[in-house]
Design a binder for this molecule. Structure first.
Ligand SMILES: *Cc1c(COP(=O)(O)O)cnc(C)c1O
Length: 414
């Protein structure tokens, strides 16, 4: 595989971020790599992929002799915090020659995961304190997060839910579907149910269908969504049978999670196409990650490739203050810079909303580059994507046309 890195500069011990390479926007197959002798029927079978996940240091060292001391030490400790698991399919996207490969950084543990700053948390979004019954997070008035499992096809090292996901740290996650469903049934204000975890698409078609049918049977549940990284880690799971089952539960949206254009392979594109052909609107949630996607060319290639896969970039998350993630967190300033590089410079549909999930449990707060330079009763001064300044005249507005929230009123600038 190609390397899209610049040589390390002598004055910096920081790895350089991804240099745009001409192939960043092209679709490639993940390839078979080490598994070239495995029959197609096995390779394309999601059960085979799961069964052959890389989960031990020995397996990693065998396939990747370039493992660094930081990665070896991180992997030895991983199973006490967040388990190591990588599907053979996703592993093939790693360039073993590239120490700072953007795929590698997402799934191979590093010793920095054990470094915890005082402002980092095990439950950064305060989910446990907003959980009325086990496995349900009810933060917003009209919608709930329904955690179905603590397992994923592979484990992202910056996982915001690592306290429970993979069950490595003794959290003992026990969702209770009966209680979760009965909580929703008793609350007519809940019109939107978001299935997540862990990854709901790890369930068998039958088990998932049963759960979706029970939720659909609740008259006030208008809208269902599934949050999943399986189309990226395990596109083989997106079978025609799964898509045929899911399409019975419309309106059903799927939010995928991809962070780097290299993840969007031809296999992934085909899997997303099967979902889209089943009438499922697709969104993507990315996490802003240092040396993975904190670079304008990489981010632009990612969002444009997503559109080519019929996926709308939905959210770009500032990385949560999850314990042991500082080596992967880029700054808010970098995030705002990326948004500035996207807005106006690419298709509006390609621009995600950048959000910070407020530490402690305030929910997602949009963060936007400054576009209103000043505002008073009769004019708004705007900055466009080229930095040019424009004025929008409102005339003398005698009275506000709607009542603002009582605890927040933006001061009028002069
Ligand atoms: C993200 C999230 C939702 C969904 O938020 P949207 O902005 O509607 O996508 C719902 N509940 C919780 C707890 C969440 O974290």
């Amino acid at each position: 595989m190609h390397s899209n890195r610049e040589p390390l500069s002598a004055t910096s011990d920081e790895p350089p971020s991804c240099r745009p390479s001409p192939s960043l926007k092209e679709f490639h197959s993940a390839g078979r790599g080490f598994w070239r002798d495995v029959p197609d029927a096995d390779w394309n079978d999601w059960h085979w992929q799961l069964k052959h996940r890389l989960t031990t240091l020995e397996q990693l060292q065998h396939l990747m002799p370039t493992l660094t001391p930081e990665e070896i030490a991180g992997t030895q400790l991983a199973n006490h915090k967040l388990a190591l698991a990588i599907t053979p399919f996703f592993f093939n996207l790693i360039d073993p020659a590239e120490e700072h490969c953007p795929i590698r950084r997402q799934v191979i543990p590093r010793i920095e995961e054990t470094h915890t700053a005082s402002w980092e948390m095990s439950d950064p979004c305060g989910e446990d304190s907003h959980s009325p019954v086990p496995g349900l997070v009810h933060r917003y008035p009209d919608r709930v997060l329904f955690l179905v499992t603590d397992r994923c096809a592979a484990y992202c090292r910056y996982c915001t839910r690592s306290r429970l996901v993979s069950n490595a740290s003794g959290y003992d996650f026990h969702p209770d579907f009966e209680r979760q469903i009965s909580y929703i049934r008793q609350r007519p204000e809940v019109r939107d149910v978001l299935l997540s975890g862990g990854d709901p698409l790890l369930f068998s078609d039958e088990k998932l269908e049963h759960l979706l049918a029970r939720l659909r049977a609740i008259p006030h549940v208008e809208f269902l969504r599934i949050g999943t990284r399986i189309p990226i880690f395990l596109p083989q799971r997106i079978t025609p049978a799964l898509c045929a089952m899911l399409k019975k539960f419309h309106p059903l949206f799927v939010s995928i999670h991809s962070n780097h254009p290299r993840e969007l392979t031809t296999e992934v594109r085909d899997a997303l196409s099967r979902l889209a052909d089943a009438g499922i609107p697709l969104g993507n949630q990315s996490v802003l990650l240092k040396h993975v996607n904190d670079n304008a060319e990489v981010m632009q290639a990612l969002v444009q490739k997503l559109l080519m896969c019929r996926v709308k970039p939905y959210y770009l998350y500032q990385c949560d203050l999850i314990a042991g993630s500082s080596h992967l967190r880029a700054s808010v300033r970098d995030g705002l810079g990326l948004l500035d590089a996207l807005r106006g410079h690419t298709t509006g549909y390609a621009v995600p909303q950048y959000v910070i999930d407020a530490p402690g449990g305030g929910g997602k707060v949009p963060v936007n580059p400054e576009s209103v330079l000043s505002r008073n009763r009769d004019r708004v001064v705007l900055r466009n994507y080229e930095g040019k300044v424009f004025e929008y005249i409102e005339g003398a507005n005698p009275a506000p046309t709607f009542k603002r929230s009582e605890n927040f009123d933006m001061p009028e600038l002069v």
